[in-house]
Design a protein around this ligand. Structure first.
Ligand code: SER
Length: 288
């Protein structure tokens, strides 16, 4: 099956929490069959290769990221579904303001991940304007979760660092000191996805895609925060040039005032709340 990634099927909590079906996003018929079978009215299309792995497999990243989105939008047009597709801090690039990056600014990314995200934003707006498909989107920061292990993103160090802390291992950080990136705890991200899809669209000035933010930090800041709860925790830097170059091309922090004003976005977790929750949940997960 083209685009099929073995082992990517939903497992555990994800599988047991509701009906599930394996769908190949590169095959529009698969998407349409699942939409009709379950009478889906809103599609949350989260299929993508993340930034670092997309540089290793740019053709596949396009096929899943943009080809998959195109297939999803076509099914949505025919079946009258709304569509949520995340964009990313990776959609920025070029000479844009790095601090408090505005909603509307220059987006000339040089990564395949970024190219698929900017193209996806445009395609979402096109399907709304041309066909009336109710497309909505947010630009996610790096997402931090204790449920799904990280896979191929530039922000993944901020997930890995918690795993090392809980397992009592020294953390080797691939991102350099002082490198600021926006991050968000998964419960805020999930709530944001649902809230934007349930929001009153008459207040929207934007659609695809809204900056949303909750915290921005550099590796030394998250390390110090974890050390408050795990005093013996150690970290050393071993910079990965690919991930560092990607991180350097992204915003230091996002201005999310349009999301706040147009649909009431408000984050609940800061670095401290997230750190306490991540450490507690991972200790349970690993029985430590
Ligand atoms: N978490 C993503 C990445 O690092 C950014 O959206 O690729």
């Amino acid at each position: 099956m083209a685009g099929y990634i073995p082992g990517a099927e939903p497992k555990g909590e994800l599988r047991e929490s509701g009906p599930s079906e394996v769908v190949d996003i590169t095959n529009p018929q698969h998407i349409a069959d699942a939409v009709r079978k379950y009478k889906v009215d809103t599609i949350y299309n989260l299929a993508a290769l993340l930034s670092a792995v997309a540089e290793a497999k740019p053709q596949l990243a396009w096929k899943i990221g943009l080809g998959g989105l195109f297939n999803t939008l076509e099914v949505a047009r025919e079946c009258h579904c709304a569509v949520f597709t995340p964009s990313s801090i990776g959609s920025f690039g070029g000479p844009f303001p790095k601090d408090n990056t505005p909603q509307d600014t220059i987006q000339r990314p040089k990564t395949m991940y970024g190219v698929t995200k900017v193209s996806g934003e445009l395609l979402g707006d096109y399907y709304f304007q041309r066909f009336g498909v109710d497309t909505r989107s947010v630009r996610f920061p790096g997402l931090i979760s204790y449920v799904t292990p990280p896979g191929g993103g530039t922000t993944d160090y901020a997930v890995d660092i918690y795993y090392s802390a809980v397992k009592g291992e020294k953390f080797v950080c691939p991102i350099g000191k002082g490198t600021l990136m926006d991050m968000m705890y998964m419960p805020d991200a999930l709530r944001g996805m649902i809230e934007i899809m349930e929001a009153d669209p008459t207040k929207f000035i934007h659609r695809n895609s809204f900056n949303i933010a909750s915290m921005s930090f550099a590796p030394e800041t998250i390390y110090q925060k974890i050390k408050e709860y795990v005093p013996q925790f150690e970290m050393e830097y071993r910079i990965d040039p690919l991930r560092q170059a990607i991180a350097d091309s992204w915003p230091n922090s996002l201005d999310d005032s349009c999301a706040r004003n147009e649909w009431g976005w408000r984050p609940e977790y800061g670095l401290d709340e997230m750190t306490r929750d991540m450490l507690a949940k991972l200790r349970v997960k690993f029985n430590m």
